[in-house]
Write a protein that binds this ligand. Structure first.
Ligand SMILES: Nc1nc2c(ncn2[C@@H]2O[C@H](COP(=O)(O)OP(=O)(O)OP(=O)(O)O)[C@@H](O)[C@H]2O)c(=O)[nH]1
Ligand SMILES: [Mg+2]
Length: 338
């Protein structure tokens, strides 16, 4: 059996910046085992007061857009400036689970080798809500450990952007050169969340194409946002994660965006709204886990699944039965603890 460290020991190791202890702390936070959840809650309560000052950036884009390469180059530059950089990944697609540690580490070879960087791949085997919660909690750990830049890589499929924009201050979309109709393929919902857009791989023969795409994206954003002067229009850049061109400008845009949020007084309310979102995510995931753990539900699960699968019971009826079973046990638990 794995011997667990107490919350106080984890707290101390995290504060000392021990990467081994940070990794263990995050593993405990990701765990759904009841004894781990207990330590996790204690640990979060200890660490949370010391978080909030890091620059939190979400980086999204379709698979292969160059997110990891971008993060490696940007992160290396930031470390040279004296920053400490944490990279967290949010990837709900099952295709990468298992391979992701290796994949991310080889794509971010320089960061992986740096003492001033901490890379944590996406937790696997849970739903997006669970991944988002785990990432939010991992952010508490890295910030308490003194990392002042947190880069969250997320694959551009839509839903994960929504989850990630609930944990970061600035959302950077990495797009690729494409034209006309293909441009429509970038989901509107993702464009709406972008605070900064970079058209990546603007190097070699694609440089011109990338510049054209950047102009088209800029006018698409103008159209989309109409004449609403109160909303800041996201700047569009071209960049190359491979050569590093444009990365300094994009980082400056991140800092400008952050300064805007602070000056306009929106950073506080934004983070307050994120705390609310986080609260409900925690409620949702704990309910989700509790329902599945309830003995009455566990006992009946195989039977219900079999009947729904074979069509002898409707999904709705099965749902009612699961909730009735859960409700009965929850009421008993509540009345016996009263
Ligand atoms: N020419 C060129 N190639 C790039 C650039 N950025 C990334 N690449 C290449 O594009 C491929 C994908 O890069 P990644 O950084 O792994 O892309 P990603 O967006 O992290 O991909 P996933 O994590 O799989 O979604 C790799 O072969 C990179 O070497 C760039 O700026 N220019
Ligand atoms: Mg990647």
């Amino acid at each position: 059996m794995r011997r667990g460290l107490a919350a106080a020991d984890l707290e101390q190791g995290v504060r000392e910046g021990s990467r081994a202890i940070m990794a263990r702390a995050i593993t405990v936070l990701e765990s759904s085992r009841p004894d781990d959840r207990h330590v996790a809650r204690d640990l979060l309560a200890r660490l949370e007061p010391d978080t909030g000052s890091a620059v939190r950036v979400g980086i999204s884009g379709v698979p292969g857009a160059g997110k990891s390469t971008f993060i490696d180059e940007l992160g290396t530059r930031l470390i040279e400036q004296g920053r400490r950089v944490a990279v967290l990944a949010v990837d709900p697609s099952s295709s990468r689970t298992g391979g992701s540690i290796l994949g991310d580490r080889t794509r971010m070879a320089r960061l992986a080798a740096s003492d001033a960087a901490f890379i944590r791949p996406s937790p696997s085997g849970c739903h997006l809500g669970g991944i988002a919660r785990a990432t939010r909690e991992a952010m508490v750990v890295v910030e308490a450990a003194g990392y002042d830049v947190v880069l969250v890589e997320t694959v551009g499929v839509g839903q994960s952007e929504v989850a990630v924009s609930d944990i970061v201050d600035t959302f950077l979309l990495l797009a690729l050169a494409r034209s006309g109709d293909q441009l429509q393929g970038i989901k509107r919902g993702i464009l709406e969340r972008a605070d900064i857009i970079g058209v990546n791989k603007a190097d070699g023969e694609h440089a011109t194409e990338a510049r054209v795409t950047a102009r088209e994206l800029a006018s698409a954003m103008r159209l989309m946002m109409g004449s609403d002067e109160s909303r800041r229009r996201p700047p569009v850049f071209t960049c190359s994660a491979a050569t590093g061109d444009g990365l300094d400008d994009i980082w400056q845009a991140v800092l400008d965006h952050r300064a805007d949020l602070e000056e306009s007084g929106t950073l506080g309310p934004r983070r307050a709204a994120q705390q609310l979102e986080w609260m409900w995510t925690m409620v949702d995931t704990r309910l989700h886990d509790a329902v599945r753990r309830a003995p009455g539900v566990r006992d009946r699960r195989a039977d219900l699944e079999e009947r729904v699968g074979s069509g002898t019971l409707s999904a709705l009826e099965a749902c009612e039965e699961v909730l009735a079973e859960f409700g009965r046990e929850a009421r008993e638990a509540l009345s016996s603890s009263a």
